[in-house]
Structure formats: structure tokens, C-alpha cells
Design a protein around this ligand. Sequence first.
Ligand code: ADP
Ligand code: MG
Length: 309
Amino acid sequence: MLKVNNIIFSYDKEDVGPPVLNGIDFTVEPGEHISVIGESGSGKSTLLKLIYGEFDLTEGEIFWKDTEILGPKYNLVVGYEFMKYVAQEFDLMPYITVEENIGKHLSNFFPEEKKERVQELLEVVELQDFAKTKVKTLSGGQKQRVALARALAKQPEIILLDEPFSHIDNFQKQSLRRSVFNYLKYKNIACIVATHDREDVLGHADKMIVLHDTRIIANKSPQELYKNPEMPLTASFFGEFNLINDEIIYAHQLQIVEESDLKVAVHHNYFKGHYYLIEGHTEDDIIFFENQTALQKNSKVYLKILILQ
Ligand code: ADP
Ligand code: MG
């Protein structure tokens, strides 16, 4: 398994400023799917790069099974056979085809096996129709998929993915995400996915690590964090919410009733597809709730808080 033991890291080698990451400690089991979430600049990419051995740690240590991951000071060639990393900015060979890029590091000694393997990976990233296309003519999203397939070519034991679907449009994202994440589970490849897209997490991650202010503020299953988000930052991942008497109450937990202590005037209806998100105003607060239909502006309604199931 992966062990990240109490690491501290600062880009600033004089160590005058505060570290980017401080006291980061967690483990990842073989085949486990971990999401790392946090605001932009919270250190998600830095954490993946540290796990890959791109930088020297200020303190702490990282192990995959019995191998210590060492930074450039102790390890001249960054990277290990058992671990692959797909960066936010991927570098491919532009003048060769998609299938040549994917098979780049596969041995030519068994051409039939190589061909089958490349074909399998083209299917995982849904690029069968582009096998013979030169990479330089692809869109950003297509390149991102080639980078994913290439990282999987020599099956790693763990893969680090930095915002892996960020360049891919919404039409294709859902199906590609299922294809890639299901493939990783099926092959028992552990993955750590840095993301700010909740769709990357919900339905896929075994655990969510929430980074905030240089530290891990939560590391639990999405189910547990949904029920008990503790922090607004975590709750915001699961949808619109309110702070009512210092408690986090999701918009869908509020239901219109005949009468209650919580009276709001309807201010705005936001169409969301199968429901409306409604902004209501109390004397001194704004409350968001959900309803099947739009409500008359300025009408008064009473809301009841439902317990989370
Ligand atoms: P995220 O991926 O969560 O957006 P990053 O890991 O990219 O966050 O960045 C974390 C912090 O480290 C930010 O404040 C960023 O400005 C800083 N940072 C990132 N890369 C470097 C670098 N190469 N040199 C100095 N500071 C950096
Ligand atoms: Mg990043």
C-alpha cells in the first residue's frame, strides 16, 4: 500500500514562508480510489508531484509497499515502474499517431500482444476512431485521453491523476469517466485523483481527502462526509447548503410545510432540470431550498428541516 507519513513541504527552500503542505498523513490500499479535493491553490497538484517523487520532502516519508519514494536529490531518474502520473499539462509526442504514443513504452518483442494491449486501451479511453491520427491534430480533450491511455499501457500498481477530465467536454465526460474508473477498479490499480469536479468523486471514490489551509481536514468515504460534512467547504461538494443555527443544512433538506418557525419570502427561482433551486429571504438571511415547481416571487412559504437519510 501507499504510506504518506507526516510530510511537510515548502517550495521555498529557505523555509521562511509557511509550507504548502503540512503534516499530511494517509494511506492508500491496493485498488483503492482516493479523491483529493480542495480549492484552487490548496496543494492538490503539489501532493501528487510529491508522491511521484518530483520534489524533495522537507520532512516525512512516502512508501509504496517497501519502496521509499525519493526526490531528485536521492533519485536521479524521476518515476517508478509501479507508479504512473498524468499531469495537468501532459506531454505527448505530437508527430506520431495516437496508437504509437500509447504503445511507446511497450516492448516490440511481442507485436501481437502489443497490438491487443493498445486496442484495449483505445477502448478504455474511447479513442478507437483516432488510432491512426497524429497527436498534434487532436483537441485538448483527446490529447488528455491519449495521456491517460499511455499511463495505463504498462499496467501500473498505482496511478496519480491530476484533474484527468478537465479538458473533456460534458457530452463525453460521464461515459469516459465510468470507463476509466471502472477499468482501474477491475484491474485493481490504486488511484489518487486530484479534482474539483464532484462528479469525479461521487459514485467512484472510496475516500475523499479534503485539503485546506496546508492540512487534511477530512479523510473519509463520500457517504460519511455527505452525512456529516463538518465544514462548509466539504458540504459545498455535495450541493447547495445553508448554515442554520450554525448547522449545515442542504437545500434539499428543506421542505415546504403549512406552518413552521422558518418563514421565507421567495426571491428567485433557478431551473435545475428535475427541480427548482429557490432563493428565499428571511428578515436577515438568505435560505436556499428545492421545490418541484417554481414559486411566485415575493410569496411567503414555511420550511421544515428534514433529517438526512
Ligand atoms: P492546486 O493543484 O490545489 O491548485 P498547487 O499544488 O498547484 O494547488 O499549488 C499549491 C500552492 O503552491 C499554491 O500557492 C501555488 O502558488 C504554489 N506553487 C505551485 N507550484 C509552485 C512552484 N513550482 N513554485 C512555487 N510555488 C508553487
Ligand atoms: Mg492543480
